[in-house]
Design a protein around this ligand. Structure first.
Ligand code: ADP
Ligand code: ADP
Ligand code: ZN
Length: 214
């Protein structure tokens, strides 16, 4: 099964992608996580990505596309994967379609997690991310067992720099300009599934599974 998660920053793509990955036994491939791991590791790729991410801008397509195509050609992606945060532009989507076509493959579903901008700002302010493993929580809607501590690995939870309100506004503008057109792109490909992302997170998952199948 090959799945794309679409939706605004903070819509719940990552939260749902992790649950889908676990249920179907496929890797969760998050371009944001890959960039953050590279920034932490001080790699060339990380250095290129950081200034864009800090400003709420997209990392350029020439950097991002190669990185993602590399990742999905690894052995653990043979039986499928769930893409979280890619594609974010029409050129990214076209490159993905072309790369898959060349191997006689295609994506199965593009799941759009629909949440209005007003709700996004509240979500991002309460989001806490683990500095070590990338797990995400919400102070009110999905709290960790102990405040400020990751359930999964015990490391520290922080508010991401790019989750500060000014940057969130910028990211929402970028989303509407560059990423939202992908909803029509995948509707035209006949693989779009839209779910109401304002529901409680387990309910959103149930709604997704109802379409993807057991
Ligand atoms: P969120 O899920 O909150 O939108 P991500 O972790 O997916 O955040 O992405 C964080 C940042 O990483 C983005 O704001 C952008 O700068 C960069 N990024 C992630 N994926 C892509 C992509 N496919 N294309 C360009 N930039 C990306
Ligand atoms: P994205 O990957 O789309 O940027 P996340 O999955 O990181 O979004 O979710 C953003 C924030 O909202 C996190 O703090 C997460 O715990 C919380 N969240 C996710 N889904 C829901 C939901 N259905 N209802 C309320 N809060 C949610
Ligand atoms: Zn952790």
């Amino acid at each position: 099964m090959k799945i794309i998660m679409l939706g605004a920053p903070g819509a719940g793509k990552g939260t749902q992608a992790k649950k889908i990955a676990e249920k179907y036994g496929i890797p969760h491939v998050s371009t944001g996580d890959i960039f953050r791991a590279n920034i932490k590791g001080g790699t060339e790729l990380g250095k290129k990505a950081k200034s864009y991410m800090d400003q709420g801008q997209l990392v350029p397509d020439d950097v991002t596309i190669g990185m993602l195509l590399d990742r999905i050609s690894q052995a653990d992606c043979e039986n499928g994967y769930v893409l979280d945060g890619f594609p974010r532009t029409i050129p990214q989507a076209k490159s993905l379609t072309d790369a898959l076509n060349a191997r006689g493959e295609k994506m199965d579903y593009a799941v759009d997690v629909d949440v209005p901008d007003e709700a996004i700002v509240t979500r991002m302010g309460g989001r806490r991310a683990c500095v070590k493993c990338g797990a995400t929580y919400h102070v009110a809607f999905n709290p960790p067992k102990a405040e400020g501590v990751c359930d999964a690995c015990g490391d520290t939870l922080v508010l991401r720099d790019d989750d500060k309100p000014e940057t969130v506004q910028k990211r929402l503008t970028v989303y509407h300009d560059q990423t939202q057109p992908l909803i029509d792109y995948y509707r035209n490909e006949g693989i779009l599934v839209a779910v109401d992302g304002t529901k409680e997170l387990n309910q959103v998952f149930t709604d997704i599974i109802a379409v993807l199948g057991a």
